[in-house]
Design a protein around this ligand. Structure first.
Ligand SMILES: [Zn+2]
Length: 82
């Protein structure tokens, strides 16, 4: 079964359905300077990370390129696979 992140899940299933990839929950559980690998089939999100000063950084795979971005930038990316 495909997994979808908290930004893509509402587009697939509508509001009120738990996303497979709870970005905020994952981020809360991370220690500084670590990340967790995930795979969102909707947008290409592959890693939720926390910097050593507690900022969220998200890695998105687009056209075989890995792009690290803030949550704000992540929210604005085009979700091409949906
Ligand atoms: Zn996604």
């Amino acid at each position: 079964m495909a997994d979808f992140c908290a930004e893509c899940a509402p587009l697939i299933w509508g509001e009120g359905v738990e996303p497979d990839i709870d970005i905020d929950g994952i981020f809360e559980d991370l220690q500084p300077d670590t990340g967790l690998s995930v795979i969102c089939e909707g947008c290409g999100l592959v890693t939720v990370g926390k910097t050593n000063n507690g900022e969220m950084k998200l890695a998105v795979l687009t056209n075989n390129k890995l792009n690290w971005m803030s949550f704000e930038d992540f929210q604005s990316i085009k979700r091409i696979n949906i």
